[in-house]
Ligand binder design. Sequence first.
Ligand SMILES: [Zn+2]
Length: 294
Amino acid sequence: MGVEKLRRFGNLIATMLMRWRLLLHLAAASVFAQSFAVTPQKISQGEVLRIEGEGAETARMNGRTIRLFPQPGARPLGLMPVPVITKPGVYQLELLDQQETVLQSFSITVLNAHYAKENILMGRSVAALKPSPGEQETVTAFQNEVLPERYWNDHIQLPIPGCVTSPFGVRRFRNGKPTGNFHAGLDQRGAVGTPIQAVAGGVVKIARDFNLHGGTIAIDHGQGLQSIYLHMSKLAAREGDSVKAGDIIGYVGSTGRATGPHLHWAIYVNGVAVNPRQWVNLPPPCGNSRYKGQ
Ligand SMILES: [Zn+2]
């Protein structure tokens, strides 16, 4: 065989292999095409997409990648948070395999949640509080963690029964000035000393008295779900403790940057603060609160 012939033969084999790989790929994609479910496909800012399907390792949307976890007796499940600050519009959600090949993509419409504005009146000494050394870093490190075990069910419980004094998502002004922040949790009314219950099972990752957050408990519920509870008067759990839903983890207080006794608690999904209304039945707004429910 001449050199030229050999080269052509080589090219032919290479082309055939490429086509074969492409065919295999298409076949694999069509097998998986029916097996994924993403709900809901129209979603408000601050809420969570549920992704189920066999064969996908991760899901990606708007620069964020989350993991899908195997479930006993059910398809693998992943939770994609849509941050409050996401611009309304249409985004592509892609499901990827281990080699990061896109198996399927969905068009997701993010709707404006029309979160309200809220002004907080705060005394000078409370407003001037500075974080404890490492306070923000500790909370951020917690948010970036993902425990592979799952300790939660689809419905979680409220930590205290009190009415809502400030809902999730409101854009916060302090003494009339915009803070640039939104309310990343839910405030519920509670007298000092009211027991606070874990919203789901999990592992206590933070049990500390911080300057800004006050008495703080943070729980990892696994597979991307976490909760945090602030301003406690007293902690009732230690770092490393395993807790069940309903276990008492602390007591309502007014510690840290708080203007009165209440419980601020929040849910994080894969590190992002999300609206608790997808997870719990929200209590009614307090009578004298400007918040009229959501
Ligand atoms: Zn709050």
